[in-house]
Design a protein around this ligand. Structure first.
Ligand code: 6PG
Length: 247
């Protein structure tokens, strides 16, 4: 499902409301809500809205369990950290029990951190199916999502739930949840805004299948629960028949 909003603000309002609605559904059905956060800058406003009235008063915060879809391997207080961004914009401002927030610190040993994160996920799911209730994802202008970057070995991973990734261009390690694990999620929502993403949005959604070049194409949740939140600028290259402009 593709939803197009006039701008980032309206996209963020819709995404924040969607997250709270998904949380209430999950809590009613299973008593808890597991959410993997995206990094990057696009979700910041969505996070801020979740920490503000009215949503801040509507969400079942004590039932939230927060994970990250990926993290940069820097100290958690480094400006590059995805956890730092989410804490400042949202998590430090709502009463989610600290033990239910699972940051991924891979600043010392990325390989060990990815194994430890997978163990943390396995412990969280126990004998339940390893299905996150919702995964938020962004889209890079090169077609990456989470830290599934074009041409990296993690794209071929079929067994592990989390893996370290070395980005030579950035001289930076990251840890990412893998496509097979992300695709077990009940729902996945891409949040994509800005004209700089228009070309890659069209390629991912309408171009030929080429997941090694466009890793976001690997994201095909088994449940079919895939939703795109786009602003008009990011949807500009889609065939007109596609976007359903939302209020
Ligand atoms: C990261 C993100 C990454 C991000 C895209 C889009 O750690 O960088 O997880 O996948 O979502 O790069 O980033 P922007 O929202 O900043 O464009």
């Amino acid at each position: 499902m593709i939803e197009v909003y006039p701008d980032l603000e309206s996209l963020s309002r819709a995404a924040a409301a969607f997250i709270v609605a998904q949380a209430r559904q999950a809590v009613a059905a299973r008593g808890r809500f597991s959410l993997a956060l995206s990094g990057g800058g696009t979700p910041r406003r969505t996070y801020e809205l979740l920490a503000s009235p009215p949503l801040a008063e509507q969400a079942p915060w004590d039932r939230f369990h927060i994970f990250w879809g990926d993290e940069r391997c820097v100290p958690l207080d480094n400006p590059l950290s995805n956890a730092r961004l989410a804490r400042a914009a949202w998590l430090d401002r709502v009463p989610i029990p600290p033990a239910q927030i699972h940051p991924l610190d891979c600043s010392r040993d990325p390989a060990a951190a990815s194994r430890a994160y997978e163990a943390e996920l396995r412990e969280f799911f126990g004998d339940q199916p390893p299905r996150l209730d919702l995964v938020l994802l962004g889209l890079g202008d090169n077609g990456h999502t989470a830290s599934l970057f074009p041409g990296t070995p993690v794209l071929e991973e079929t067994m592990r739930w989390a893996s370290e990734v070395y980005l030579s261009g950035q001289n930076l390690y990251r840890v990412t949840l893998t496509a097979p694990f992300l695709n077990q999620a009940r729902r996945v929502a891409f949040l994509v805004a800005g004209g700089g993403k228009a070309a890659v949005v069209r390629e991912v959604l309408h171009g030929p299948s080429d997941p090694r070049r466009l890793p976001a194409q690997l994201i095909q949740p088994q449940t079919g629960g895939l939703r795109w939140f786009l602003d008009l600028a990011a949807a500009a290259a889609l065939p007109q028949a596609d976007p359903t402009l939302q209020a």
